[in-house]
Design a protein around this ligand. Structure first.
Ligand SMILES: [Zn+2]
Length: 329
């Protein structure tokens, strides 16, 4: 039996769909309201347990198996749906080497470390006097609501050389892990200090919503640089990560359009205004990898970059990369 068949055997389509759709039994099948189009009158969504398939007989006029259901629901491609359902079903997709497992465990630990750091920063934003200044900036200068600030997990990195470091060491992480996660900078003599100090922190997550690193903006106008990202790490790869993608992908699929803006705070502001199909690269330069990631969701990509000189250059560079990426389908 192939992995795909085994996953289909192990996952009950009625259980899976029931997590999203309230189903009622109708003979051999189950019926509910379609989760993929607006409807409250006629339940047009049917699940067929015998064949392990579903179909919307309403507006969508579309159907498929559990993979198609998860792809549509989450805005994922087949590979992502396969990985997700394989994990849920406890099916190994390929024999993993001990090295693979070790590496994955390490990554999981680094992600947990970054989640801890994000919570620490968030605590400082909401519950310390220094954080209050950052919170005021976000609410008054950026017009972000408390709800938005919480949704995007914004925080405040306290002003000190070892505040965050001591907190994370106290949580049981090692120096080596702090370096691998990009939370501290190592000096020539081997000693380390906090990378982010007196800055607003923006957690950066990968396409699946897992922590990858941070972007951080200055509060004191004399500090430099204005934006500081995590360094390149195993989890943080600027050339492939797109900020906001895990929140935007469903909207990108639905609206068949992706909008690229220049900065993290632009993404957040535009989301708050109700436009969710928006992402930004980590700096100004777009790469082919960014565009490939978006191209899996839509072929309509709109660049909405700042009309200053840097923005113009980035736009032109982005357009060239986009054309090349689109041609090489
Ligand atoms: Zn439908």
């Amino acid at each position: 039996m192939s992995s795909i068949e085994e996953i289909k055997v192990r996952i009950d389509i009625v259980d899976l769909v029931s997590e999203t759709v309230q189903l009622r039994r109708s003979g051999k099948n189950y019926i509910g309201f379609c989760p993929f189009h607006e409807n409250t009158r006629t339940p047009a969504f049917v699940v067929f347990p015998e064949s392990g398939t579903w179909r919307c007989f309403g507006q969508c006029n579309e159907g498929g198996d559990i993979f198609k259901f998860v792809m549509k629901k989450e805005g994922w491609d087949f590979k992502e749906a396969l990985e997700h359902l394989a994990e849920r079903a406890g099916v190994e997709l390929r024999p993993r080497t001990p090295q693979d497992e070790h590496r994955e465990e390490e990554h999981e630990r680094l992600r947990a470390l970054l989640e801890d750091a994000a919570r620490f920063y968030q605590h400082h934003l909401f519950h310390t006097p220094d954080g209050a200044q950052a919170l005021r900036y976000l609410q008054e200068k950026r017009n972000l609501s408390r709800e938005t600030i919480e949704r995007f997990g914004l925080g405040y990195a306290p002003d000190g050389w070892e505040v965050t470091k001591r907190h994370l060491l106290g949580r049981g992480y090692t120096h080596a892990e702090l370096i691998a996660a990009g939370m501290v900078t190592q000096r020539d003599d081997g000693r380390t200090y906090d990378r982010f100090r007196n800055r607003i922190t923006i957690p950066i997550r990968d396409a699946r919503g897992r922590m990858a690193g941070f972007g951080a903006r200055i509060l004191n106008p004399d500090d430099f640089p204005k934006f500081l990202n995590s360094p390149q790490t195993e989890l943080f790869d600027k050339s492939s990560l797109l900020y906001g993608l895990h929140l935007a992908r469903k909207a990108i699929r639905r609206q068949e359009q992706a909008v690229i803006v220049e900065g993290y705070l632009d993404v957040i502001a535009v989301h708050q205004a109700g436009f969710e199909n928006v992402v930004s690269p980590m700096g100004t330069a777009l790469t082919e990898q960014h565009l490939y990631a978006l191209k899996r969701l839509t072929r309509r990509i709109v660049l909405a970059l700042d009309p200053d000189a840097a923005g113009d250059k980035a736009t032109l560079r982005g357009l060239q990369v986009a054309r090349q990426a689109m041609e090489r389908t």
